[in-house]
Ligand binder design. Structure first.
Ligand SMILES: C[S@@+](CC[C@H](N)C(=O)[O-])C[C@H]1O[C@@H](n2cnc3c(N)ncnc32)[C@H](O)[C@@H]1O
Length: 438
């Protein structure tokens, strides 16, 4: 299928079913793989780009449409977004962007809408850039320019100041690098860097994580050297830092209370015996498959369990517990661009109370002297630092402590690990390392 038609189909399906963009795109690419890998690359860029910029594209389209966007057929609106994205955010010449998008719509059997789409795209193609609201209303201006809902822009300006908020918004619209964590149960980072370079890949070590390698942009990740052999696992540098920062002692038996899809559980299993829990039984095969690929099956057991409920005694005792809690995910918007339009401000409080219940229940499983690593992939203080400090106030037997890792320059705020989206190139994470004193 032509890459524009494929991107239009994918966006329409995501809109109609509320599915995840990455899942729908991967399925579409494997069901009808374009012959030329460059076409797969273009379809991916158009689908991700048009989703990242959706709010700003809609603002532009609405200027010239006599129909409300909410009443448009899914594929017609998707075609308008894909076309407008090309006009304002790619090097595709305007004429080709319009003509190819209209042609794709015809290929999809929607010739009747081609005049309407053509007329709007042609009008937009005469503009010097995307239309924007006046700068006097800063939140509205940034909301449209960087395509994030206004409530989120206002919230980030309040929490982080205008400059950092703007850097976070801009970073969410960049394509993230593919970063992998070396499976140290099989290979060292130095050896793997050398092997990847030998097969011709331009790879770089990550700047802070001692376990990370940044891969160059490429096609299917499964085809990259070392995937089948289980020499690495895809994991953003900030997510790797949670495991590094946790600095769980070598002999500890570890419980990962919220483990799917298994990034941190497999990281832990590189050096520890791990029990990996998740509420959803259907997510366990993914954790097990990753553990198998990485050769960690002997050290990792996956079990379905609700972490707000007392742990079954049969799971045994643990020296350390990792709670990588379900959260608003607002630190990973560049990877999950559709999430910014689906999240509601009220979700933050609802998730914070779920996190609190999980934390309360899991702290019971830690013996005196043991560790609990609490993490969330969001920059929201209510789910991160405020959450932990509220926990510490009501639990005098617990304290927060920084790790003793002289060789690693971790991004710490007080005793906590904190990364924010921005020019550093990380996902946004928060983690606390808590010790049970008695
Ligand atoms: C942030 S994700 C964990 C990511 C994972 N630790 C990793 O590094 O790949 C949170 C997980 O918590 C699970 N979850 C949600 N509610 C839960 C609960 N009550 N008990 C256990 N797991 C839960 C979700 O299914 C989701 O897979």
């Amino acid at each position: 299928m032509n890459p524009r038609a494929l991107a239009i189909q994918v966006l329409a399906r995501v809109r109609a079913t509320d599915a995840y963009l990455n899942v729908v795109l991967d399925t579409a690419l494997s069901e009808s793989p374009p012959k030329d890998p460059r076409d797969a690359g273009l379809a991916t860029e158009l689908a991700y780009g048009a989703t990242r910029r959706q709010l700003s594209l809609d603002y532009a389209i609405a200027r010239f449409s006599d129909r409300k966007l909410s009443t448009m057929e899914d594929r017609v609106l998707a075609a308008l977004r894909v076309g407008t994205y090309q006009l304002f955010h790619t090097r595709v010449p305007a004429r080709a962007a319009v003509a190819e998008t209209v042609q794709a719509l015809k290929e999809l059997g929607l010739s009747r809408a081609s005049g309407f789409v053509n007329a709007i795209l042609r009008k937009l193609s005469t503009l010097p850039g995307p239309p924007l609201p006046p700068e006097s209303d800063v939140a509205e201006y940034l909301s449209v320019r960087e395509s994030h809902p206004r409530w989120l822009v206002e919230r980030w300006i309040r929490h982080f100041g205008r400059e950092r908020a703007e850097a976070m918004l801009v970073a969410d619209n960049q394509t993230p690098p593919v970063v992998v964590r070396v499976n140290t149960a099989k290979v060292t980072r130095e050896a793997l860097l050398e092997q990847l370079r030998e097969v011709g890949l331009e790879v770089q070590p990550t700047s802070v994580s001692p376990l990370g390698i940044v891969l160059p942009p490429m096609g299917r990740i499964e085809d990259v050297y070392g995937y089948a052999e289980g020499l690495w696992q895809v994991q953003d540098e900030a997510a790797q830092l949670v495991g590094v920062y946790g600095a769980v002692p070598e002999t500890a038996r570890v419980l990962d209370a919220c483990a799917a899809p298994g990034g941190k559980a497999c990281h832990m299993a590189q050096a520890h015996e791990v029990v990996a829990l998740d509420l959803h039984a259907h997510k366990l095969p993914k954790i097990e498959a990753e553990a198998k690929r990485l050769g960690l099956t002997e050290r990792l057991r996956a079990v379905a369990h609700d972490a707000t409920q007392p742990l079954p005694e049969a799971l045994g005792e643990f020296h350390a517990v990792v709670v990588d809690a379900p959260c608003s995910g607002l630190g990973t918007l560049r990877r999950h661009p559709e999430l910014r339009y689906r999240r509601q401000e009220e979700d933050i409080g609802r998730l914070a109370s779920l996190q609190r219940r999980i934390l309360e229940n899991c702290q019971e499983a830690v013996p005196p002297g043991g560790l609990l690593v609490y993490a969330v992939c969001t920059s929201e203080p209510q789910e991160g630092q405020d959450q932990v400090e509220m926990f510490l106030r009501s639990h005098p037997e617990w304290t927060a402590e920084p790790p003793v890792l002289p060789a690693v320059k971790l991004p710490l705020t007080q005793a906590y690990l904190r990364t924010l989206p921005g020019p550093e190139g990380w996902d946004g994470f928060f983690a606390a390392r808590l010790r049970k004193l008695y």
